[in-house]
Design a binder for this molecule. Structure first.
Ligand code: BV8
Ligand code: ZN
Length: 248
């Protein structure tokens, strides 16, 4: 893609970058998005799966869904989009990833400053005594993991609809966004709150918003630059431009 000079000048003068990512950045790793054509929500209804009442009503079904998604994630690899974001850390003083994804792919790609707003599929906790368990430590009783300390129900450590986001992570992410020069919005439909406040607060404090998506979204009209294309293709191109600008 040919990037306009205005964007390249901002890319060159920036010190601090934030990448606000959604399910779309992992699509090229073979992980379904939520609301796309093959989206997860097409097959399952969020209200039946990604909320606490649904979990209490039918823990087997919710666990079946997360075990399925965890298997997909474990067999997936970070794609060139994840890797390009990790590569930016060699060129800029501050590079942060604020992700809505729970798939761990940014960490596996080598990013070192990650804020997981909606949790992580590898982490779980007992709803009774709040003991934490990694997914490979879980002990299943009739397809449901139970706490080996109090026999309570264990749930994925992810944020379901109607649940608050981890306050410390959210406010740290917001602070990072507010001190960024560029906030990239990568592969997100930009409809889930309060996550979407992160790029909006970056804009409030003067950051340039750059959207990377295969289609227009709810926020396309409010960003400074809209690059239409696959993040696995566009992000490596932006990294290449940044290398040329920063290394001359
Ligand atoms: C809360 C769990 C306070 C983990 C998820 C009415 C109006 C506004 C808000 C609300 C409302 N009713 C309720 C709410 C609040 C609700 C909300 O925002 N709902 C939305 C759907 C309207 N939010 C909440 O409930 C949040 N909590 O508000 O707490 C509270 C407290 C008590 C009582 C009430 C409120 C909690 C939200 C978190 C929910 N958890 N996931 C998991 O199982 O994964 S949400 C789920 O959506 C994922 O976390 C996902 O990350 C997130 C956002 O989706 P995206 O990542 O954007 O993915 P999506 O598929 O939508 O889009 C993919 C994009 O990628 C597309 O644009 C596509 O074009 C693009 N793409 C595809 N391929 C590529 C690509 N782009 C580039 N390259 C490609 N190759
Ligand atoms: Zn317990």
């Amino acid at each position: 893609m040919e990037f306009e000079k205005k964007f390249l000048d901002i890319l060159e003068s920036a010190d601090s970058l934030v990448f606000f990512t959604g399910a779309g950045i992992s699509a090229e790793s073979g992980i379904s998005t939520f609301r796309g054509e093959d989206g997860l929500w097409k097959k399952f209804k969020p209200e039946e799966l990604a909320n606490f009442d649904a979990f209490l009503r039918n823990p087997e079904l919710v666990w079946e869904w997360y075990k399925f998604r965890r298997d997909v994630v474990l067999n997936a690899e970070p794609n060139p989009g994840h890797k390009a974001i990790a590569g930016m850390e060699k060129l800029y003083d501050q590079v942060s990833v604020v992700t809505q994804n729970i798939d761990n792919l940014h960490r596996r790609a080598g990013s070192s400053n990650i804020f997981e707003l909606h949790g992580n599929i590898e982490k779980n906790y007992c709803i009774e005594c709040h003991s934490y368990f990694n997914s490979n430590e879980l002990e299943y009783v009739n397809k449901i993991p139970r706490c080996n300390l109090c026999n309570g129900l264990v749930r994925p450590d992810v944020v379901w609809f109607g649940e608050n986001l981890p306050h410390d992570i959210f406010s740290a992410a917001e602070k990072t966004a507010e001190s960024s020069d560029i906030c990239f919005l990568v592969g997100t439909s930009a409809i889930v709150y309060p996550a979407i406040y992160i790029p909006l607060s970056a804009r409030e404090t003067g950051a340039t918003l750059v959207e990377i998506n295969i289609e227009k979204t709810e926020i396309s009209g409010e960003v400074n630059f809209c690059f239409t294309g696959k993040s696995g293709e566009l992000l490596p191109q932006i990294l290449q431009e940044a290398e040329k600008l920063k290394h001359g």
